[in-house]
Write a protein that binds this ligand. Sequence first.
Ligand code: SF4
Ligand code: SF4
Length: 143
Amino acid sequence: MDKSTFLYTPGKDGKDTGNCRSCKMFLKQHGICSLHGPKVKINGGMSCGLWVTGGPAVESEMEHVSVAVTPKESGLIEAEVRCVNCEYYKDSKKECLLFEILGIEDHTVEANGCCNAWHAEKEGKKEEKKEGIKRTLRPLKKF
Ligand code: SF4
Ligand code: SF4
């Protein structure tokens, strides 16, 4: 087992890593996602387990919109899903507590990285600074 088991990705998309606004499936102008279909309204601050780096999509990709998954199947939530906002992030060491507990040898992570095991740290708080990075902590909204 290593970090890839949880689809860990470093912060290559900066503060947008893991959110719809940087996902290739996100059709920004239409506020929808290619995988969830035209009836599920999506905004850039949402996220799901099927995130694909390199977005948003180009608008010519409208023809690819389908209803491949439901929000429940994809784990759609509204949250800023980076490590810095995760319950398991040890900011003093830039390590992931979950990966450490599971015995993953290299459990270092980036503040702006993310993975599919993300868990909201403090629900309900608005914003605060950590490591000079502005954290956005909103009530976790599941669909
Ligand atoms: S809902 Fe999931 S697949 Fe769709 S745009 Fe957002 S992260 Fe990408
Ligand atoms: S800190 Fe959270 S989001 Fe980051 S790698 Fe660990 S479990 Fe995943």
